[in-house]
Design a protein around this ligand. Structure first.
Ligand code: FAD
Length: 293
């Protein structure tokens, strides 16, 4: 396959190239998804636009007012190993550590992971749970939208062909908030998830009553799925074994996996959602399995 490889050194230059070749150009960051799609002839861009020479798109920045900012070119390995991220937003580092091998994580970027928009994509679940927003630039200027609404289907997002994802904005979490990310994949991180579950809970200061909850399910619907009914089962309630069982069952009811998936049957995926959601809530609430009142 023949294509022209272009390496803009500024956002403006990249936008000009994308506007000159609408529908024929494709952005490349780490290339771990794009190169496979080109090799499989799933896409045939005439122009491949490498954005990795554009400065400042790989920063991880913390701000007391605005929270966390992740440049789109931040590698998955940087998310995994950033000590400050591990301390302030541990579920992002946990999720990153579960993506592929170290070799893949060294080049794969968070922007690529989000723009590729697989329902099992590692970083999207944790970032949706954290109410992240994405900042996008295009020929008509900039826009910032909630990440949850960014995904429109399997491999599909709101991003237009002439637009670039610049950064991901994550607000500060309220006090007494903690979370966990669980990937279910029998072959470990190297394989895509059969199901992944993120639970983020804000507890009352006594740590027994759940003030707020986010449950995000991956690989069980075309886009990352907020299990809102399961979240409302938890909100305002004392977290005990019976409540966890109810919330996990409701999360499983909300999951809508594709029938005929090679990665697990409809019934298997729903059952794994129930088990993993229960396990995640127990861990976050500090309850050990088997010793619930
Ligand atoms: C062996 C292997 C194992 C893998 N395992 C996992 C896994 O366990 N979990 C998982 O989630 N993924 C996995 N992946 C997929 C892949 O590594 C990730 O999705 C990765 O984060 C993609 O990032 P990238 O920078 O390589 O994206 P690229 O391949 O460069 O780009 C992906 C897509 O996003 C677009 N894009 C990239 N950056 C931008 C931007 N800033 N603005 C606009 N569009 C952009 C590109 O045009 C392209 O369509 C695996 C891949 C391989 C090869």
């Amino acid at each position: 396959m023949r294509f022209e490889y272009l390496e803009p050194e500024s956002i403006e230059e990249a936008l000009t190239i994308l506007s000159q070749h609408p529908g024929k150009s494709k952005i490349i960051a780490g290339g771990t998804d794009l190169m496979l799609q080109m090799r499989n002839k799933a896409i045939r861009p005439e122009y491949v636009v490498d954005i990795t020479r554009i400065p400042s798109l790989d920063d991880i920045a913390f701000d007391d007012q605005r929270g966390l900012r992740l440049g789109a070119l931040t590698t998955i390995r940087a998310l995994e190993t950033s000590v400050e991220l591990q301390r302030k937003y541990p579920i992002i580092s946990q999720a990153a550590s579960q993506l592929g091998s170290v070799a893949i994580r060294n080049v794969a970027t968070v922007g690529g992971n989000l723009c590729n928009a697989l329902p099992s994509a590692e970083t999207s679940q944790a970032l949706v749970a954290l109410s992240a927003q994405v900042r996008i630039i295009g020929p008509k200027g900039e826009r910032t939208i909630p990440l949850e609404g960014f995904f429109t289907g399997v491999g599909k997002t709101l991003l237009q062909p002439r637009e670039i994802l610049l950064e991901i904005l994550v607000p500060e979490s309220p006090p007494h908030t903690s979370g966990i990310y669980i990937k279910h994949s029998p072959r470990g991180p190297i394989d895509l998830a059969i199901v992944n579950v993120t639970v983020l809970m804000t507890m009352e200061p006594d740590q027994k009553v759940c003030r707020d909850a986010r449950i995000v399910l991956g690989a069980v619907s075309p886009t990352p799925l907020r299990a809102r009914m399961a979240e409302s089962v938890l909100k305002g309630k004392r977290v005990d074994g019976a409540l966890i069982d109810r919330a996990s069952q409701v999360a499983s009811d909300e999951a809508n996996p594709r029938k005929g998936s090679i990665r697990g049957s409809f019934e298997y995926k729903k059952e794994m959602v129930r088990i993993l959601t229960g396990r995640a809530i127990r861990e976050v609430a500090g309850l050990r399995e088997g010793v619930l009142e």
